[in-house]
Design a binder for this molecule. Structure first.
Ligand SMILES: CC(C)(COP(=O)(O)OP(=O)(O)OC[C@H]1O[C@@H](n2cnc3c(N)ncnc32)[C@H](O)[C@@H]1OP(=O)(O)O)[C@@H](O)C(=O)NCCC(=O)NCCS
Length: 206
């Protein structure tokens, strides 16, 4: 049951990362699940997805919450009953949550060559600072930052190229800033990122 790491992002914000090495049965047998979660798991076709979803319940437990203290709004956004903010991600063999007293978003993605082919769909002003070396990792940070910001915004309907610009960074910086600029919403967030094995972990907070 490997909790891979925790990151104290600031005094009110903690990130929890799980490396998923357990099979579905092992994860299911050792944790309490509410009716909604049971029904969701049964509808999931892929075992990878089930393991991601279940491992998040272990991260919740690490953060001091049970599955009963988490609920979702109709847009799929997770919330905690005590009013703290939470964001969730799972990708192949890793999952992560971020819990805070303020708005937060998190994303974890495997670094893949394919991201170069789809970069034109989500990269706009960021083209100005991209360099050829470690391009996959840079693009994955930008993607993860925009997904994290998307998870923060209350209404969705955001265009990745237009509404979520990410400020210049080098991979060695491990942080940058990102914006949500849409209609009356005009906020900037601190973006933190790091490489974990062949994955990029990104989280946004303000
Ligand atoms: C919702 C979305 C952000 C999820 O991201 P993902 O990379 O597919 O998956 P992740 O594992 O990182 O995140 C999944 C978690 O996000 C959370 N989530 C789902 N919808 C959400 C929303 N509207 N707001 C915040 N969080 C949300 C859930 O907790 C979910 O996990 P769970 O249901 O198991 O608890 C993504 O599917 C999405 O819609 N992105 C925007 C699409 C888009 O505009 N793309 C254009 C790019 S050019």
């Amino acid at each position: 049951m490997p909790l891979f790491k925790t990151i104290q992002a600031n005094e009110n914000t903690i990130v929890y990362v799980w490396k998923i090495e357990e099979v579905v049965d092992e994860l299911r047998d050792n944790i309490h699940l509410n009716e909604r979660s049971i029904s969701r798991i049964e509808k999931m076709k892929s075992e990878l997805h089930q393991r991601g979803f279940l491992s998040v319940r272990y991260l919740l437990k690490e953060a001091g919450y049970s599955d009963d203290e988490l609920f979702y709004t109709s847009d799929g956004k997770p919330h905690l009953k005590d009013g703290n903010h939470i964001s969730i991600t799972h990708s192949y063999t890793f999952s992560a949550i971020i819990v805070s007293t303020t708005q937060v978003g998190i994303d974890m993605e495997m670094n893949r060559e394919k991201i170069k082919r789809i970069a034109h769909k989500f990269v706009d002003s960021e083209n100005d600072f991209l360099v050829e070396e470690n391009l996959i990792e840079q693009l994955t940070v930008i993607w993860g930052a925009k997904e994290s910001l998307f998870k923060i915004h209350p209404d969705g309907g955001l265009l990745f190229r237009e509404h979520l610009p990410i400020e210049s960074f080098k991979l060695t910086d491990t942080k940058t800033k990102g914006w949500i600029k849409k209609d009356n919403y005009y906020e900037n967030y601190d973006i933190f990122f790091e490489q974990i094995e062949n994955f990029t972990l990104v989280y946004a907070m303000n």
